[in-house]
Design a binder for this molecule. Structure first.
Ligand SMILES: Cc1cc2nc3c(=O)[nH]c(=O)nc-3n(C[C@H](O)[C@H](O)[C@H](O)COP(=O)(O)O)c2cc1C
Length: 488
């Protein structure tokens, strides 16, 4: 298996003798190299069709926990890589964490929050790998990219791993996020911005001002940027500052060829475009929670494509698949922190809170809270307070379907344990409450015409007068007894 080679690959800075497992954090391909070294990368050299055939293989590879490179995609000038950040351990590995133990989302949330607390402003550079090749005018042809058509009813080929950079005039800063991009023609595409995204507000401001606006879709950016793009930023920071915090060094940015936007120097490919906010199209893609989602977005005309000489296209398998959901889970870290801060002040007897983005449970978030309860009224006081809480930049109840309160012997990070408690401790009908007609985000596709739907609260705690029943069987001292000590 050949090593990834290129004139600009930062991974050569890694000392192969040192035995460290830290990729250079400044580019995606260095991380790819690390996965290759660890035997976690599969290369497919046989020609594959980007429409349906490649996605069918991507699903199987992700299921097997493999990162992948499709080296020969029909009609395309670039290979496609993906399946890189398909679990929390890979998130940690990609930003230089020690993942030798049971590294999970709680560990990565801590790393992410530390990065938010130590942001690093990006740094402007003059030259960049992504400027190896600059294509403008007739040289532009999006058909050369290996963009998959994922599902039967999708509107066409969708770019899913691109992060979009735009300028937020209201806050005088760059804005970055994931926006699924439909290819419409040789030099036309669109970037979908959900109702809760800053980009939607930026599109609206351009439309109000009667102006077209630049956008840059950056493909194959360093992993820290993928993580930072997933979520919201606290006021005063950009996603690029948080990516710098995760990398422990500033993100290097370079100016676009056809606009003043700045883009990651280490990206594999950058598509520069101009959006006409008045010219919109409805389009459909199979989404992360296993449903189709129609969106409406303005059309953009491509003004330049720049790329590394040996560029790789990065594509995330759409739908309910691990990489999409693992990166998406990063967006819940900020919400978890905001909710914890709001609720712990009011309920000091809370043990743990898990704000779960869990594709097994659909599009909406679920919140599991354990308490050392002091009264039977307390679980619903807590549930009501949690639904009413501020999740950072929007109310909890818009995106949260269900809140379950359990006793402190239940592990809220183990969905099986929460299920066990629900069906073991639900003594009365009034321990399940439904909340009708709550405003919802558009990704909940089952809402009524007013965009409202039901919420559910469950008190899965033992009643105070039955606390001595259903005590869980425990083995005293079990935590200190290790099987390895008894094996030859
Ligand atoms: C893989 C992936 C795909 C996403 N696709 C979209 C999308 O198409 N449109 C969107 O608005 N948000 C999408 N998101 C969520 C955005 O990244 C998130 O809402 C982000 O906060 C948007 O950035 P902004 O609010 O700064 O504009 C996606 C997230 C992930 C992880």
């Amino acid at each position: 298996m050949s090593r990834i080679s290129c004139s600009y690959c930062y991974c050569t800075a890694r000392n192969p003798e040192s035995g460290t497992e830290t990729p250079d954090l400044r580019d995606l391909r260095s991380f790819l190299q690390l996965l290759d070294d660890r035997g976690e990368l599969v290369r497919i050299s046989r020609e594959v069709n980007p429409k349906f055939e490649m996605p069918a293989l991507m699903v199987q590879l992700e299921k097997a926990g493999k990162a992948f490179v499709f080296e020969n995609v029909s009609g395309a000038a670039f290979p496609l890589t993906g399946g890189l950040l398909s679990n929390a351990r890979r998130l940690g590995l990609a930003v230089g964490q020690d993942v030798s133990g049971d590294y999970d989302h709680r560990d990565h949330a801590r790393v992410y929050r530390e990065a938010v607390g130590k942001p690093q402003a990006p740094k402007l550079v003059d030259t960049a790998p992504v400027k190896d090749v600059v294509l403008t005018g007739d040289e532009i042809d999006l058909a050369k990219l290996p963009v998959p058509t994922f599902f039967e009813l999708d509107s066409g080929p969708f770019m899913t791993g691109a992060v979009g950079i735009s300028f937020d005039g209201e806050h005088d800063k760059l804005n970055m996020g994931f926006y699924r991009g439909l290819i419409l023609g040789k030099d036309r595409l669109l970037a979908n911005a959900s109702s809760m995204s800053d980009l939607r507000r930026i599109y609206a401001a351009a439309e109000k001002a009667g102006q077209k606006m630049p956008i840059a879709l950056c493909i194959g950016v360093p992993p820290a940027l993928l993580m930072a793009a997933s979520g919201k930023t606290p006021p005063g920071l950009t996603e690029l500052d948080i990516a710098g915090g995760l990398m422990g060094q500033p993100v290097e940015l370079v100016k676009c060829e056809t606009s003043d936007l700045l883009v990651p120097a280490a990206a594999e490919i950058v598509i520069e475009a101009v959006v006409d906010p008045t010219d919109t199209i409805e389009n459909t893609l199979g989404e992360f929670a296993d449903q189709y989602g129609p969106e409406t977005a303005p059309i953009a005309t491509v003004t330049a494509i720049t790329h590394r000489s040996d560029a790789m296209y990065y594509g995330l398998m759409a739908g309910r698949n691990p990489e999409h959901n693992t990166i998406g889970a990063v967006s819940a870290y900020g919400m978890q922190a905001a909710v914890e801060q709001a609720l712990r002040a009011q309920f000091p007897n809370i043990r743990d809170i898990n704000v779960a983005i869990e594709p097994r449970l659909g599009t909406m978030l679920h919140m599991f809270i354990s308490i050392d309860k002091t009264s039977d009224a307390e679980p619903f006081e807590l549930i009501d307070a949690a639904f009413a809480a501020d999740a950072g930049l929007f109310p909890v109840n818009v995106v949260t379907k269900r809140i379950v309160v359990v006793d402190s012997d239940v592990n809220v990070f183990d969905l099986d344990d929460v299920e066990w408690a629900t069906w073991s401790r639900l003594s009365r009908a009034d321990k399940i409450r439904t909340y009708p007609d709550v405003h919802s985000w558009e990704l909940e596709r089952c809402t009524d015409d007013n965009q409202t739907s039901a919420r559910v609260g469950i008190d899965a705690t033992m009643d105070m007068d039955k606390l001595d029943k259903l005590v869980r069987p425990m083995i005293p001292g079990a935590a200190d007894i290790r099987l390895e000590d008894y094996l030859d």
